[in-house]
Write a protein that binds this ligand. Sequence first.
Ligand SMILES: [Zn+2]
Length: 275
Amino acid sequence: MTSSKQASRILVPLLALTVMAGCGNNAQNNNADEAVKAPAAPVSAHQAHWSYEGDTSPEHWAELDELFTACSTGTSQSPVNIVQTQVKEDEALSPVQVKYSPSPVSILNNGHTIQVNLQNQDNTIILEGTAYVLQQFHFHLPSEHEVDGKHAAMELHLVHKSDDGVLAVVGVLITKGADNSELNKLWSVLPSKESEQETAVEGTFDINKLLPADLHSFRYQGSLTTPPCTEGVQWIVLENPVQWSEAQISAFGDIFPHDNRPVQHLGTREIAADQ
Ligand SMILES: [Zn+2]
């Protein structure tokens, strides 16, 4: 788990190195003397270790790093429970337009999830006239969003960014059913161990095949569901789930038995449905 880069930093105190080792992030260029002189300062530019278990689980995220404050004080957090009878139909919203094409991808176990990175900027969605470019996609088990208080088996998050830096995440609920053959291209090289090293997936991957045919969605303003829980994220949770086989779901569950943040208060927000 310790990269050769980290291992070469022999001046980093052993304790600090131990803490970093579980984080899956790049260690900062630490200086042990400075750390001793300024104990009240943030431990590092390096993000604190967080997880879904024990002392670093979601209810503790805000305590772990001052950069994570929004995880407890935010008022527009994600995920949420989508109560269908309270969803407001909005004729001003039309279904998201997806422009994905088969693309070279690489896969990574970042210690929190399996993440697939795009090797190009060719996959976009159009949302009310604005283009957002797909940056990466990853998975949660069980689903993070609930519909009428119920989790799906898993949830796919496709993370997009506009030219203005606004994030739009498409959430796809996954239920147990038929095998998804395109997914096997990724799952055949599923990295079971955390690493900073990405594995290139052979050939191209067609992200369209992870989506349902019907792209109607629930829309709301929320946040990242992982630290630092940054708000201002446009959420597009597709109303229709896709199916994966039991074996495909359990292959992920063997690595991440659960990696979902619990649902957050909706507060004064409204969830809309496109038409
Ligand atoms: Zn996610």
